[in-house]
Design a protein around this ligand. Structure first.
Ligand SMILES: [Fe+2]
Length: 341
């Protein structure tokens, strides 16, 4: 099972301006064949279908640990896309066609279907497919596939990095380059343990120097390129059987398994409303008020079908709701006032 934390893997600031076509490009890193949906679901289903996981625990723990990190990568790249889309379509009267310019954006699904949000598709609008999952039951084949998957993923990230200067995108890509490098190296190490083959010497590709990318270099500086996280306080520690020893790509420094989650995970930015796209709905202030009242009540159990929510709160505006309960640009990451209970 999985636990969830309301944190992003890395601190992420809102970009200075929207970049909807940049967002369309980095959709490849989310829903492309080599995107985060693919890395997540390959490792997820390989771990679910793992044969003899007790006898092969270091390898099982490796695939399982990386699975959980990939879930956080899906969240990161989705968040970056949403931040890049925020403010990309204007407000206005419908008769004035305020969305007219959106028809010229690379991805019209972002506007029409997503209400200004990411889609589970690649940069050409193809929805992600389970056909991208390879789970063979053969350990060596799966590890080899995973190495190749991370290889392609890093190549695509590097290309996308060069396609946008949007800082949110670059911050995420820089981090994912480093973490993808760790995963690539981890699968190569696992292959070496099983077969003796040093695949990185046999196939040194792609030859990407992360240190030339400022947004990646800062993670290398704190050792992120030699750490593997279990994303569990107690389990998956046997991954150290694979992830240990000197890292030849990090000046021979020791590889490190961190039992738990990255220390730099933090609360992410809040993506704001877009009323012309009915996001979150046609009358956001009503929903904000309901949410504010729910938070004020505190401790009430989740809504039930006959909870009588509307009759209970209808017209009840005497209590101050306050801007703190309203999502959007006014709520900064450093003042998470909506997170009461
Ligand atoms: Fe990833």
């Amino acid at each position: 099972m999985f636990l969830r934390s309301e944190k992003l893997l890395i601190p992420l600031e809102k970009p200075a301006s929207p970049d909807p076509n940049g967002a369309a490009a980095i959709q490849e890193l989310l829903g492309g064949k080599f995107g985060e949906m693919s890395t997540l679901n390959n490792y997820l289903h390989q771990s679910f279908g793992f044969k003899e996981k007790k006898k092969l625990k270091p390898f099982y723990d490796l695939v399982a640990s990386i699975t959980t990190e990939e879930l956080g990568h899906v969240e990161l790249i989705s968040t970056a896309i949403n931040l890049m889309l925020e403010g990309s379509v204007p407000e206005g009267e419908p008769v004035d066609a305020p969305l007219e310019d959106a028809k010229n954006l690379r991805n019209t699904h972002h506007t029409i279907v997503g209400g200004g949000g990411h889609q589970v598709m690649d940069s050409m609008g193809h929805f992600w497919s389970g056909e991208h999952v390879f789970s063979s039951g053969n350990l060596v084949s799966d590890l080899l596939h995973n190495f190749f998957l991370e290889t392609g993923a890093r190549m695509h990230k590097h290309r996308c990095y060069q396609m946008t200067t949007n800082q949110a995108a670059r911050d995420v890509i820089g981090y994912l380059m480093v973490r993808g490098g760790v995963h690539q190296a981890a699968y190569a190490l696992a292959l070496r343990k099983v077969t003796g083959v040093e695949i990185t010497k046999m196939l040194p590709t792609p030859n990407i120097d992360d240190s030339k990318i400022p947004e990646a270099r800062k993670w290398q500086a704190i050792g992120s390129h030699r750490k593997l996280y279990t994303f569990s306080e107690e389990d998956y520690g046997d991954v150290a059987g694979v992830w240990s020893g000197p890292a030849d790509w990090a000046d021979g420094e020791e590889l490190e398994v961190i039992q738990g989650t990255p220390e730099h995970a933090t609360e992410g930015p809040v993506v704001g409303e877009c009323r012309s796209l009915f996001s979150p709905d046609y009358a956001p202030e009503e929903i904000y008020e309901i949410a504010a009242q729910l938070m004020k009540k505190g401790g009430i159990s989740p809504l039930q079908p006959n909870d009588g929510l509307h009759s209970r709160f209808q017209g009840s505006t005497s209590d101050s709701i306050g801007a703190s309960a309203q999502p959007g640009r006014k709520t900064t990451p450093s003042t998470p006032k909506s997170k009461k209970k």
